[in-house]
Design a protein around this ligand. Structure first.
Ligand code: SF4
Length: 593
C-alpha cells in the first residue's frame, strides 16, 4: 500500500522506480529526475487516464534503483524493461536497444559499424547512445577523418578489385592488400583513441607529425595532417567527446544494522548500470571476515568483472584479488573506500541501500546503525563557533525522546583554548560540561560537530572520567567534491556512510542543524550584550568602578532594564541622573539591535 508517508520517505534523487503488484511482479518501470516527485505525481488526486488508473489499482510496492544522473537512469530503465517486460510498459515502449559503435579490432582489417547488440566477441564498443542519430553522426565524423574500409565482411572477403571509396581516398583498399596490416592497424589505433576520448594524445601526435613533415619538406603530407588536425579539433568541440564504453564493474555497498548486514550490488557492464541486487545476511562477529567470505562465495559461481569496488575495507583484499585473477585468468582490480576515484561510486551504492521505512523506532535504529551500547534517550550535540577569532564559544543542545529540550541548552565561553584550535575548544567544552555538577544527567549519546580529531579529543575526555557514553562525529567528508556530511565512529578508520534518506541520518543532520542555529543565535546575543556593555561604559559619569558595581548587582542587561531608574540610583555611588542616562542608553541600544 503506497501512503503519503511512504512517498515522503522516498529519495529526492535521479533513478528508476519499479511498480510491483501484490505478487511482487514488476508491472511498470519508469525513470525520474526525482523519484519522490515522480511517484508522488502518480498518487496525487486528480484526473488520470484509464490505463494509469488500472496500473495504480494494482500497485502494492515500489522498488527503486538510484543512478548517478538522468542519462544513467534512461539507460537502466531500458535494460530493466527488456529484462522484466512489465505489463504496463509493453505498449508504451518499443523493444529497441540503444546503439553503439563497434570497432572489430579482433579482425585483421577492422571496420567501424553501428550496432544494437553488445557481445563479448573481442570487438571494442563505444556508447551506448540513447539517440541513434548521435551514433550515426559520430560514425560520419570518423569516416570523414580516417580512411578505412566500410564494406561488410562477406563483401570484403570476396573483393578482387577495390571499390569507389578507394578511388576517392576514403579507403586504403585492404581488400586487395594495397595497405599492409601494420599501417592499417595504426589507423585503427587512432580511431580507438579518438572514440575513447583520448583526443589530446592524438592531437599532440598529429602536431608532431606535421612539424616533422614540414621539417623534411614533405609539404603535401603536412597539409593532409593539418587538415585532419583541424577537423578533429573542430568536431571534438562541436560533438563533445563521446564517452568510452567503460569497463565491467561491480560496486558493493555494505551497511551493518545489527544483527544483519545489508548488502547492495550495482553491476555496470561496459560502463552502463544494468542491475541492482539487495542481500540481507546475518552479520558475523567480525564484519571484514563476514564480507570477504560472502564475496568469495559470490564470485565462486558468477562472472568476474574487471573491477570490484567495496564500500568497506577488508583485510583479505589482496587474497580476494589474487583468487579472482586466477579464476578469471585475467586482470581484476579490487578497490576499497579510500582508493582514489571510489568515493562517488560508493556513495551511489550506499544511497541504493535505502529502503522505505515508516514508523521506525528511532532510538533502536540509532543503536543498530551506529553500533551504540544502548538505544539513546538523551542526546547532546556540541558545536563550536567564534567570529573572526573573537568571542569563541561552544554550545550544547539537548534532545530527549527526539524533542529539543531548550531549557537544558548551554553556552560555554571558551577560557583556555585558542579559537584557532577547534579540537582544544571541543575538549575544553566537554571537560567543563562533565565536571559541572549542575548539568545532570549525563547523555546516552554525544554527537560532536567535527571529524576524527574532535572525536578522539571527546573520547579522551570521557575516558579520563570513566564515563561510558557513546560518541560520534558528523563532519563534511574529506576529498569530496560536494562536501557531503559523513559520520565518524570510534575505532573505525573510514567514515560511516549512511543513505542520505535514512531516518537515522536525517535525524542526526536535523539535530546538528539545531546546534548550528543555537550557536549562531547565542553568538548574536553575546555580541549584542558586549556592544551594550561597551555602550554603557561610554556614558558620561559611568567609569570602570560604576560599571563593575552595576554588572555585579544585575547579571544581565535585561535585568538592568527591568530594575529601572530607582533601583539603579539606589546602588551606592550612583546618582539619579546617571541611572536615568543608563536606562535611556539601554532602550536606545536595544532599539538599534
Ligand atoms: S576499397 Fe575494398 S576494403 Fe575498402 S571499402 Fe571498398 S571494398 Fe571495402
Amino acid at each position: 500500500m503506497i501512503t503519503e508517508e511512504y512517498i515522503a520517505n522516498l529519495p529526492d534523487s535521479p533513478g528508476v522506480y519499479m511498480f510491483k503488484d501484490e505478487g511482487k511482479n514488476i508491472i511498470y518501470v519508469g525513470k525520474a529526475r526525482s523519484i519522490k516527485d515522480r511517484v508522488r505525481s502518480y498518487f496525487r488526486k486528480g484526473y488520470k487516464d484509464e490505463k494509469t488508473e488500472r496500473l495504480l489499482r494494482k500497485v502494492e510496492d515500489v522498488s527503486i534503483v538510484l543512478t548517478g544522473n538522468e542519462k544513467e537512469a534512461f539507460l537502466l530503465e531500458n535494460n530493466l524493461i527488456k529484462e522484466h517486460q512489465p505489463r504496463y510498459n509493453i505498449n508504451l515502449k518499443d523493444d529497441k536497444t540503444y546503439v553503439s559503435l563497434r570497432l572489430s579490432v579482433q579482425d585483421r582489417f577492422p571496420s567501424l559499424t553501428i550496432t544494437r547488440k553488445i557481445k563479448d566477441d573481442g570487438a571494442l564498443y563505444f556508447g551506448p547512445h540513447p539517440h541513434a542519430k548521435d551514433a550515426k553522426d559520430l560514425l560520419k565524423v570518423v569516416q570523414a577523418i580516417y580512411p578505412m574500409r566500410r564494406c561488410r565482411d562477406s563483401v570484403f572477403r570476396a573483393r578482387t578489385r577495390p571499390c569507389i571509396l578507394a578511388g576517392i581516398d576514403k579507403c586504403p583498399a585492404p581488400c586487395v592488400d594495397e595497405i599492409d596490416e601494420k599501417a592499417y592497424r595504426a589507423i585503427v589505433d587512432e580511431i580507438a583513441d579518438f572514440l575513447s576520448g583520448r583526443n589530446e594524445k592524438l592531437l599532440k601526435k598529429l602536431e608532431e607529425q606535421i612539424e616533422e613533415a614540414a621539417r623534411t619538406w614533405n609539404f603535401e603530407e603536412a597539409r593532409v595532417k593539418k587538415e585532419k588536425y583541424l577537423a578533429i579539433k573542430r568536431l571534438v568541440e562541436k560533438q563533445h567527446v563521446h564517452e568510452h564504453m567503460g569497463i565491467n564493474r561491480d560496486v558493493w555497498g555494505f551497511l551493518t544494522e545489527e544483527p544483519r548486514v545489508k548488502v547492495v550490488l550495482l553491476s555496470f557492464r561496459r560502463g552502463v548500470l544494468i542491475s541492482k541486487r539487495l542481500f540481507k545476511e546475518a552479520a558475523g562477529p567480525d564484519l571484514g571476515d563476514s564480507l570477504s567470505s560472502f564475496l568469495f562465495q559470490y564470485y565462486a559461481t558468477r562472472p568476474i568483472p574487471d573491477e570490484i569496488v567495496l564500500s568497506e575495507e577488508i583485510e583479505d583484499k589482496p587474497y580476494l584479488q589474487q583468487y579472482l585473477k586466477e579464476k578469471k585468468k585475467g586482470q581484476v582490480r579490487v578497490h576499497g573506500p579510500s582508493d582514489a576515484g571510489s568515493a562517488d561510486i560508493i556513495r551511489l551504492a550506499v544511497e541504493n541501500l535505502h529502503e522505505v521505512e515508516t514508523a521506525v523506532d528511532l532510538p533502536d535504529a540509532f543503536r543498530r546503525m551506529l553500533h551504540l551500547s544502548k538505544a539513546p534517550e538523551r542526546i547532546e550535540i556540541y558545536d563550536n563557533s567564534h567570529s573572526h577569532g573573537q568571542s569563541p564559544s561552544g554550545t550544547m543542545v539537548v534532545f530527549e525522546g527526539g524533542k529539543a529540550k531548550k531549557n537544558d541548552y548551554r553556552v560555554f565561553h571558551i577560557r583556555e583554548a585558542s579559537p584557532e584550535d577547534d579540537v582544544a575548544m571541543m575538549a575544553e567544552v566537554l571537560r567543563r560540561r562533565v565536571n559541572d555538577e549542575k548539568i545532570r544527567p549525563y547523555p546516552d549519546l554525544v554527537v560532536i560537530d567535527g571529524g576524527k580529531a574532535q572525536l578522539a579529543a571527546a573520547l579522551s575526555v570521557f575516558k579520563s572520567r570513566a564515563l561510558p557514553m557513546d560518541v560520534i562525529g558528523i563532519a563534511k567528508g574529506e576529498r569530496r567534491k560536494r562536501m557531503e556530511d559523513v559520520l565518524y565512529l570510534p575505532f573505525r578508520k573510514n567514515p560511516l556512510l549512511l543513505p542520505k534518506s535514512s531516518p537515522v541520518f536525517k535525524e542526526i543532520v536535523r539535530m546538528r542543524d539545531e546546534a548550528h542555529r543555537f550557536a549562531v543565535s547565542s553568538h548574536r546575543r553575546w555580541k549584542r550584550r558586549e556592544d551594550l556593555t561597551s555602550g554603557l561604559a561610554e556614558i558620561k559619569g559611568v567609569g570602570k568602578k560604576r560599571l563593575t558595581a552595576l554588572l555585579a548587582q544585575f547579571p544581565s542587561i535585561a535585568a538592568i532594564r527591568e530594575a529601572g531608574v530607582d533601583a539603579i540610583a539606589a546602588i551606592p555611588g550612583f546618582t539619579r541622573n546617571v541611572a536615568e542616562e543608563i536606562v535611556r542608553t539601554i532602550a536606545e541600544k536595544e532599539g538599534e539591535a
